[in-house]
Ligand binder design. Sequence first.
Ligand code: GLY
Length: 357
Amino acid sequence: MEDLVVVGGGVIGLSCAWRAAQAGWHVTLRDPAPASGSSWVAGGMLAPVTEAWPGEEGLLELGLSSLELWPGFAEELSAAAGQPAGLHPEGTVVAATGSGDRAELDALATHLARLGRPVERLSGRELRRLEPGLGPDVRGGLSVPGDLSVDNRALLAALRAAAEKAGVAVVERAWAPGETADDAAGTVLICAGAHSASLHPGLAGLVRPVKGEILRLTHRHGAFPVPTRTVRALVDGRPVYLVPRPGGLVVGATQSEHGFDTEPTVGGVRDLLRDAERILPGIAEYTLAEAAAGLRPGSPDNVPVLGRLDGRTLVATGHSRNGILLAPLTARLVVGLLEGGSVPATVDPARFGRTGT
Ligand code: GLY
């Protein structure tokens, strides 16, 4: 049995460790605090269409391929872990308030139609028929039933349980480049998210932390019910999303670059609550249960950095806004690499001309 050390115990590291162990590798996962960090903070949207931006067609293709894998991945994971993987099978509605927001959603719908991914345009009244909690400021939007969500914390628990049942040894200790061959025999797979850049010279400057503040709200007795679907919105040009969870909602997310700062700010919490309340006024009666910030692992083109760095080191990081969505596809591509295969040029770190260092 060949040895693999997976560095990083977020959704990407745990998914790769689980799948590699299933494929017959002797896997050790190294992380001082597995199942924490940005994977713990995340909103859990599986939303390639509603996260699509013109110019990021390669990312949309990857996201759609991974979304297709999600139902089977979640079913297999729940069975292997003996606990739910947290997949929420309801879709997404996108809401716009002012005329500028509606024009932007129209542009997104036109762009998606050009790519052969038509979405349904709805009036404010039609949207409220789907999600009665949407407020009167919502004037129109889109329905995207295929964009789903997952409870990221249930997912992390299931992944850790399934990985350990498959034989992965989880060692709660940091890994550093240059550890002796005894400590890290065989192949090393770097999945350390925003912290990956310092772990290999080939990643220096390729992965950077992109801060996102996120709130968790709990439904209180008598308050307006939690929406069934994910609600994304543009409020005077600012994006906000509300993702249903059992008994509450996740509200996200700000986006800024402040190094490795993970402190939620008053301004970030204020902006999220103000915009979320414009969309779903009933949340004023919910409890504000948590404010947290995570670090998305940003890459120069927002596409993952996934492939071989040198004869002994592989990498799967740089998933930017899409780590949870891309976990099943990432794990599949990593197992393919371990078995001697290659990865699409769009994700290969060689596209930056930096490998082999
Ligand atoms: N995928 C949502 C976010 O990064 O905020």
